[in-house]
Write a protein that binds this ligand. Sequence first.
Ligand code: KIV
Length: 306
Amino acid sequence: MSDQPNAHLAAGHSAHAATATPYGTLPTASPLPQRRPVSLPRLQEMRDRGEKITMLTAYDATFAAVADAAGVECILVGDSLGMVCQGLASTVGVTLETMRYHTESVVRGLRRVQASAWVIGDLPFGSYQESREQALRSATVLMQAGAHMVKLEGGGWTTDTVNFLVERGIPVCAHLGLTPQTVHALGGYRVQGRGNRAADELMQHARALQDAGATMLVLEMVPVGLATEVTKALPTCHTIGIGAGKGTAGQVLVMHDMLGINLGKNPKFVRNFMDGSTSVRAAMEAYVKAVKEGSFPVDAEHAWAD
Ligand code: KIV
């Protein structure tokens, strides 16, 4: 069976011929997909055979569909949309309603092209910190908008919340290191987990999150050695690095950054994949290829040694 996008169209399969749909789901208007949807078991299979997981942010229907067509496995509807779509100074001002709107848009686009990507909806600041019940209510909004998983930032106090959501059937991606929603408390966008004490604490938080049932963990701006150690310690929680070196189970970038749509200075961990590409899709394909073959990121260039 081909894993190529739209291979089923070329093969001339007739509409509704492929599989049954459960619980009275309406059949799609065009041929059903031949690509296997990305799922937690499939991500675990990739991890077990050492294949890197690719993730990009997307905030609307079209870019999400193009990222899927380029072979990106996971699409993060990140609250970075506060900066790249809304012009905010940080992610702190993003609301749950805004996240719902963008998650719905992304999912609608993916469904139209019968995409296979795994969609992660980001819980915004203030939507999960109050209590685990508040987190469940907010996660429900994003899951009902079509997300497959929700993401939340922080370690320690979040462990109980993660367990509460996972036990109720909501897959969770955690986020440690530089957590942008707490940028004011952290004193800026700076490398986290430096020094033995901070590194030990991050490792302890990561282990607890895996024990609580988190199946993905974004590690942002964490030294290469620490990110690699955390990855080795977490066989069922897949580390996705951004500024954390190549030792993680996968990589994520903010789409606008990797397409070079940034008038300011790019963070060190970004590569502009539009350089040498003739289309957005080609740039995303180049990103997928570079992550899979291990040519991106380059530790000495895109990450911190300690
Ligand atoms: O909001 C976001 O886009 C993120 C990524 C930077 C990981 O959290």
